[in-house]
Write a protein of this length. Structure first.
Length: 290
């Protein structure tokens, strides 16, 4: 098998592979930087909870459309994700519960409700598609939607970059200078939900957060500055998508889980060999002696 057959032929010969690759590149560009901010804000597990919270909305969209319509499921997931985010924030402000506790409560209820809705009208195959995604079935309208979400994410991140950093590292300073911290927090949550909806269409609700948090963890091991972390996260997410699709094609594996396992493999490599990894600590460089 030549290098062409191994790395290029699947995307040149098959349109569904090209669409899947473009979807992965778009998801990497949008979800990678969002994952970095989630990790810096110590909201990593909240991102996972949000990915499950979109399930009932996606399930309702599936029932309304009467088939696996990614557009209808995406709109339903967006509405459900925003509803959970707003309700969790409201509950944490009027009760003694912390925001992560209210998120966990709502996400568990949402996950159970979504599975119940799909099981009422669909088959086990439909449920598997909702939970694990159908990246090889991405059609042009869904690809346009993913691209639009990525474009909007990059534009909004560029517009609120500085106040978002301030709200992330020193929210009291932002309040002292009259900054609208809650507004930026809501915009950030909106971007999180939008990117989870985009990832959901390709990877399903159970793994939608995979291309968001694993590349962010990889970036934190390889870089110290925020711009370079965002770049490393986007590149590692895109690389995970490319090599994951290659592996799934040649070894006849499920594409979504293979992409996430590829990101996990890069993460495992980074744990040992990144500048902040174990190899540097176990085998420190010898210092020059005067």
């Amino acid at each position: 098998m030549t290098i062409y057959d191994l790395f290029f032929a699947p995307f040149i010969d098959y349109g569904f592979m090209r669409r899947a690759l473009v979807a992965c590149l778009c998801l990497g560009l949008g979800s990678g930087p969002i994952g970095v901010f989630l990790m810096l804000r110590r909201m990593s597990l909240m991102g996972d909870a949000m990915s499950h919270a979109i399930l009932p909305g996606a399930a309702i969209g599936y029932l309304v459309a009467g088939s696996l319509s990614l557009t209808a499921m995406g709109i339903g997931g967006l509405v459900a994700g925003l509803a959970v985010a707003l309700l969790s924030g409201a509950v944490s402000r009027v009760t003694v519960l912390q925001e992560d506790a209210s998120f966990a409560s709502f996400y568990l209820a949402s996950l159970a409700l979504g599975v119940l809705i799909v099981s009422l009208r669909g088959s086990n195959i439909d449920l598997l598609h909702v939970l694990f995604g159908t990246i090889l079935a991405i059609d042009p309208p869904a690809l346009y939607q993913i691209g639009a979400i990525t474009t909007l994410t990059l534009i909004v991140l560029a517009a609120i970059y500085r106040p978002l950093i301030a709200e992330c590292f020193d929210p009291s300073f932002l309040r002292a200078i009259g900054g609208r911290g809650p507004v930026y927090h809501f915009l950030f949550l909106l971007l999180v939900v939008l990117n989870l909806v985009a990832s959901f269409q390709a990877l399903g609700t159970l793994m939608a957060v995979g291309l968001m948090m694993l590349p962010a963890a990889i970036a934190q091991l390889w870089s110290r500055s925020l711009p370079s972390m965002m770049l490393v996260a986007a590149l590692s997410a895109a690389a995970s998508g490319y090599f994951g699709l290659i592996a799934s094609y040649h070894f006849e594996l499920a594409s979504g889980p293979t992409i996430i396992m590829t990101a996990a493999a890069i993460y495992g490599f980074s744990i040992f060999f990144a500048p902040s990894g174990l190899a540097r600590r176990l085998f420190p460089r010898a210092h020059l002696k005067g």
